[in-house]
Ligand binder design. Structure first.
Ligand code: SAM
Length: 314
């Protein structure tokens, strides 16, 4: 497999330029979503001999591919299969107490979409959708065992689907007749109720698949947790970079950065000791999006939004 067959990286140069603070001498950087290793490759080429890169991914296929691709830099890299939602525990096991940067390029790799089960509605595969194949819950478990109310919550909260109750109801009725084990079984269930034109149909399927994928992989909880852990472990001048691909993720990142950037007004009372607290400085006031030429080259980059914040003590 050629380098870019695994995944075409999005906002590659921008992400890594933001990530690495040139004023820090020895880096410990986390690539929390290693995927096809293009971000990692750029990071490793940008840091010196005293620095280390931790390549993390929940998907063994990503790690196997990147390990081979980055073989010549092996001395500076620690590869680790794990969920970034457990960042603090993972780093504790590696005896790493602080980090100088973390990048998260959320969502799926091309490889997962085309070669792993359940992520794409364009081909008939098992309804799996686990990034980590050791994960306990598959998409088919959710679709076949969640109650109508739970399904409605998944579709409404994670897919932002209007009238999610109708969709949940369809699934519950359909599965009484036939278990929904494959992606095409799921489309059959949807099509048994909805008659939609081609363009809107694909948008609708995309929202439904996104909702189930978020639920299977606990994506929003993991994002919230990795932001908290990163903030706790980041050194002064260290940077957190997140590239997100839908509004639910971007909202979490934006809110977290804003909250941590907030500076309480200084007390008027003279005798009060003013302590310095860790906080974030926003390096991207507005999210950065790909330029037109990147979108023309890689249409999947069109929804990307990059935000970066730097830790500071003030
Ligand atoms: C868009 S790809 C990253 C592409 C990468 N930046 C590159 O240069 O090729 C996202 C990757 O994040 C991984 N991932 C998603 N959620 C994760 C999680 N909670 N913990 C660890 N890895 C995760 C996926 O398995 C996938 O390989």
């Amino acid at each position: 497999m050629k380098n870019n067959d695994y995944h075409i990286p999005v906002l590659l140069n921008t992400a890594i330029e933001y990530l690495i603070n040139p004023e820090i001498e020895a880096h410990i950087i986390i690539d929390g979503t290693t995927g096809g290793g293009s971000y990692s490759e750029k990071i490793i080429k940008s840091i010196n001999e005293k620095s280390k890169l931790i390549c993390l991914d929940a998907d063994v296929n990503a790690l196997e591919f990147s390990r081979k691709k980055l073989n010549e830099y092996a001395k500076k890299i620690i590869f680790c299969k794990g969920n970034f939602g457990k960042l603090k525990n993972i780093l504790k096991e590696l005896k790493i107490e602080s980090i100088t940067g973390i990048v998260l390029d959320l969502g799926l790799s091309e490889y997962q979409l085309t070669d792993e089960d359940g992520f794409s509605f364009m081909k008939d595969t098992k309804l799996d959708m686990r990034a980590d194949k050791e994960g306990e819950v598959k998409a088919s478990d959710i679709i076949n065992s969640y109650s109508k109310t739970e399904l409605e919550e998944v579709f409404g909260n994670f897919g932002e689907i209007g009238n999610a109750e109708r969709l949940a109801d369809v699934i519950v009725r359909f599965r009484k007749v036939k278990r929904i084990e494959t992606t095409f079984n799921l489309l059959e269930a949807i099509n048994s109720e909805y008659q939609i034109g081609d363009k809107n149909k694909f948008d609708f399927y995309a929202k439904i698949f996104q909702a189930i994928r978020i639920a299977v992989n606990d994506e929003l909880e993991n994002l919230t947790s990795v932001l908290k852990d990163s903030f706790e472990m980041i050194v002064e001048g260290g940077r957190i970079v997140v590239v997100s691909y839908h509004s639910l993720e971007d909202r979490i990142v934006k809110k977290f950065f804003r909250e941590k950037a907030f500076v309480p007004s200084v007390s008027k009372y003279k005798n009060e000791i003013i302590t310095k607290n860790k906080r974030l400085k926003l390096l991207t006031k507005k999210a950065i999006v790909p330029e037109r030429k990147e979108i023309l080259f890689n249409s999947k980059s069109r929804s990307a939004k990059l935000r970066c914040a730097e830790a500071t003590w003030k």
